[in-house]
Write a new protein. Structure first.
Length: 433
């Protein structure tokens, strides 16, 4: 087990963190440094993976932002292509270890930081901090991890290596973060050959992506303020904001003053809606606040969050307002999911995992890639419109004398997207309607 990590890895990690923090400290600073919007608005300046996890667990819209794309991406698992032996071996392994489900979980966890990993548990007893040697392994488990529980401790700093600039070693925290009997966590050092590393929306470094919640963090804080303030405003307005004016000749003893204060606290924070006074005139001094509605600001925050992440509002919060616009939004989102499957989830997670398992001998030879199920970008309304237009075209073609002399039935069917000749007819046989 490695106990002392090389200084080069530590320096590399610390250097990247310092660089990111330096850039973060400049965010929101305007007017030549005279104005700090982050400090004024109470925004968190430096975020870490634990912040993202906390938001995911406690903030509803944050959780939806994290889950939306992975859930849509893996709603239907891709089809594995290859030899019959390979396809059957993969099916058996998936049934045993739920490989697609592990990839889905890893995808979600990757959104909670700058990257995610899948730890491949291999038999054979080799030290986990050393490279995997040999083939013909059995896969015992697949563990998804986020950046929070899979910290990079060494980077490859050899310019002559094909892995130059990529992670070499990880410190993984395994076990449940729980307090029950038998619970506990353990840190282990793991070599990259036992890890599938993936990072979405990477910039300069392909191993370091952009956390899904990072760019919308300020808006999520604003949304919490608006929703919380709206609820508190409703509660407080129900009790009103009162001005208690005592008459000049009223004498208060400590017990009576304490009793009045207790009544006021109960009226403001509890369900009591009456106030018993002696020599006190009670007046509502803020009637204009009653009925204040923050919904417009809340809607705009949701639009900004959805727009930044490419998630339509109806998908982000389940709204059904506007049938036409909703269908267009759904089509656009489906198109983005298709792109994500082809450009990220497929090559970086699914194919990387399957290829590694093949190289380790966990799966036999014969792998030929994956094929995602067709995404329905048209929707029910689009399909109905196409079917209606096809029916009109067929009726016009069938009732036009001599139409088959210009376009054969087979050519006509092909133009509508149908394969082959009309069942029961040869390609050039005219239609008899």
């Amino acid at each position: 087990m490695v106990t002392d990590e090389p200084k080069t890895g530590t320096v590399r990690v610390n250097s990247e963190l310092v660089s990111r923090n330096r850039l973060s400290n400049l965010a929101g600073v305007t007017h030549g440094g005279e104005r700090d919007l982050y400090a004024t608005f109470g925004y968190v300046r430096n975020l870490d993976p634990q912040d993202y996890v906390n938001a995911y667990l406690r903030q509803d819209i944050a959780a939806r932002v994290v889950d939306a794309y992975p859930d849509a991406t893996w709603r239907e698992a891709p089809k594995v292509k290859g030899s019959g032996e390979f396809v059957q071996a993969f099916a058996d392994l998936d049934k045993k270890l739920n490989l697609w489900r592990a990839m889905h979980r890893g995808d979600r966890l990757g959104n909670l930081g700058h990257y995610g990993v899948l730890l491949l548990g291999l038999d054979g007893g080799q030290p986990m901090d050393q490279p995997v040697r040999g083939t013909g392994f059995n896969l015992l488990y697949v563990q998804p991890h986020s950046e929070r529980t899979a910290q990079i401790t060494r980077w490859n700093d050899n310019p002559q290596s094909p892995r130059f600039g990529k992670p070499e070693l990880y410190r993984l925290t395994t076990g449940v973060n729980w307090t029950g009997s038998g619970a506990g966590q353990k840190s282990i050092t793991v070599h990259h050959s036992r890890v599938i590393h993936f990072a979405e929306r990477a910039l300069e470094d392909e191993s370091i992506g952009t956390p899904r919640l990072e760019r919308v963090w300020n808006r999520l804080q604003d949304l919490d303020k608006l929703l919380g303030a709206g609820a508190e405003m409703y509660w407080q307005n129900a009790a009103m904001i009162m001005h208690l004016k005592a008459e000049l000749d009223v004498q208060w003893d400590p017990a009576e003053a304490a009793a009045l204060k207790s009544q006021i606290d109960e009226m403001q924070n509890g369900l009591t809606r009456w106030l018993r006074t002696r020599g006190v005139d009670a007046q509502n001094i803020a009637p204009g606040l009653q009925g204040a509605d923050p919904s417009n600001l809340i809607d705009w925050n949701l639009k900004v969050i959805g727009g930044s992440e490419g998630i339509p509002a109806r998908i982000l919060i389940g709204s059904e307002r506007g049938e036409l616009s909703s269908q267009q939004d759904e089509n656009n989102f489906t198109g983005r999911v298709e792109e994500r499957r082809e450009q990220y989830a497929g090559p970086s997670i699914a194919e990387a995992t399957i290829s590694r398992l093949s190289a380790l001998g966990v799966l036999p030879a014969g792998y030929e890639g994956i094929e995602w199920p067709e995404n329905d970008t048209l929707g029910e309304a689009g399909r109905a419109e196409i079917a209606f237009k096809n029916a009109q075209a067929i009726a016009t073609y069938a009732n036009a004398p001599g139409s088959e002399l210009l376009v054969s039935p087979a050519e006509f069917r092909k133009g509508l997207g149908y394969e082959g000749a009309l069942p029961g007819f040869s390609e050039d046989e005219p239609l008899d309607v």
